[in-house]
Design a protein around this ligand. Structure first.
Ligand SMILES: Cc1cc2nc3c(=O)[nH]c(=O)nc-3n(C[C@H](O)[C@H](O)[C@H](O)COP(=O)(O)OP(=O)(O)OC[C@H]3O[C@@H](n4cnc5c(N)ncnc54)[C@H](O)[C@@H]3O)c2cc1C
Length: 388
């Protein structure tokens, strides 16, 4: 492939091939078996870590690979494209890793980043609350000063992977000593802290990764649990949002590629009238449409990552939102078409296509919903009035 401005570097393409090879050794069967038996993907997670892929975006001095979001997004996409979509890739290295790299103190970076990079000390991320939902300005989890430390109280919902995480980066609000107003602050809370309780939420998603309600009742933290500057919580929080969207887009495009590949292979083989079903345009065209939609979403995702890694946060924000939107739409359609291509086999566990539906569908809801992206684009890209 010729290197033009629109293609990834040979180094990035080699990374994709290596991760794909590693993930193929596990594959969809492993992933669904773990999901259905209540197992975990710990071996896979630690192997990605050992090979340096999990911490590829974390600086080398803290045990990472010194790469960018484009690299970790490529890892996330290739895992999903082999049928192993890992939500914790979005959360631990990309959101938590970025926020701590950018805003943590030297001591905090040394304490938390190496374990995020090698996968032994995964970090979950908790912002969503039952009564605030999408409107994270309304969160009520509070952090109160108590001597040298902090006391946290509140409740979070849909928090992924708390059972697999050593820590959780919690978005709370602390009282500003000068104004008395509440301002957002980020705290690293050990998952075994006294007063933290995590209850799994029964979800329809076929994945070994679970979502939890997290209750924080007088959770006492040391002073240095606060990440970075007490007065810059919002800016710090926003630092994690573009990586989150780029990773979510990669999760979706990977999943979409997996479904499309399976559907195409099935359409080549399955014969009911003359020739394989893929010879009928009613089957071929929707798959071709998905191929186009996936490639468009991948292109925008790579653009968003390139802008982010070049330090253009503003342009990256618009591109990351668009990429996340396009990728979720592409994934929902690709999976639906893959189910249809498989006929009755499309809803069997053996073929596993219907088992992808909820994971793909979640991409339209989390980490930011399609409606909020449309709100963003209407307002920031088109200059329309703020609608919420
Ligand atoms: C699989 C999964 C994993 C998750 N993991 C995490 C995690 O690890 N950490 C974490 O903090 N959170 C996590 N979440 C939560 C996720 O980020 C939220 O579900 C999401 O932000 C939507 O919030 P909500 O569910 O409260 O929906 P609501 O805010 O109640 O919204 C409901 C619907 O109304 C729409 N809506 C609301 N306001 C507007 C408006 N102004 N204009 C147009 N439409 C609007 C929304 O788009 C949505 O369709 C996860 C969710 C899922 C499904």
């Amino acid at each position: 492939m010729t290197d033009v401005a629109f293609s990834e570097s040979e180094e990035r393409r080699a990374l994709r091939r290596e991760v794909a090879r590693l993930a193929r050794g596990y594959g969809r069967e492993y992933f669904t078996q773990q999901a259905r038996s209540g197992g975990k993907t710990t071996e896979l997670w630690l192997e990605i870590g050992k090979n340096g892929y999990l911490g590829i975006n974390i600086p080398e001095e803290y045990g990472g690979g010194g790469g960018g979001i484009g690299d970790i997004a490529a890892v996330c996409e290739e895992l999903a494209a082999q049928g192993c979509p890992l939500l914790m890739m979005v959360v631990s290295p990309a959101i938590c890793g970025t926020v701590i790299t950018r805003y943590g103190t030297e001591e905090q970076k040394r304490r938390w980043l190496p374990g995020i990079a090698d996968g032994t000390r995964t970090m979950a991320f908790a912002i969503t609350e039952p009564d605030a939902g999408t409107n994270s300005h309304n969160i009520t989890t509070t952090a109160r000063r108590d001597g040298d430390g902090w006391v946290l109280n509140g409740r979070k919902i849909y928090i992924s992977g708390v059972d697999e995480a050593a820590n959780v980066l919690v978005v709370a609000r602390a009282e500003d000593a000068k104004t008395g107003k509440l301002k957002p602050c980020l705290f690293v809370v050990p998952t075994d802290a006294a007063g933290l309780e995590a209850r799994p939420i029964p979800m329809e998603i076929v994945s070994p990764e679970l979502q939890f309600q997290v209750f924080l009742d007088d959770v006492r933290l040391a002073d240095d649990a606060l990440v970075g500057d007490e007065n810059a919580g919002l800016v710090q929080l926003f630092a994690g949002l573009n990586p989150e969207r780029i990773m979510a887009a990669s999760f979706s495009t990977g999943l979409a590629r997996f479904a499309l590949e399976k559907a195409t292979a099935y359409a080549q083989e399955r014969t009911v009238f003359q020739g394989p079903i893929g010879a009928h345009q009613a089957i071929a065209h929707p798959l071709a449409q998905s191929k186009i939609e996936i490639e468009l979403a991948r292109l925008m995702t790579q653009k968003a990552a390139a802008l982010y890694d070049a330090g253009d946060d503003l342009a990256a924000g618009e591109a990351a939102n668009m990429a996340k939107y396009a990728a979720a739409e592409a994934a929902c359609d690709a999976v639906d078409r893959a189910v249809q291509t498989h006929g009755g086999n499309g809803i069997t566990q053996e073929y596993g296509m219907a088992g992808l539906l909820v994971a793909a569908r979640a991409g339209r809801i989390a980490p930011v919903s399609r409606e909020m992206i449309l709100n963003f684009v209407a307002m920031h890209s088109l200059g329309l009035p703020k609608s919420y």
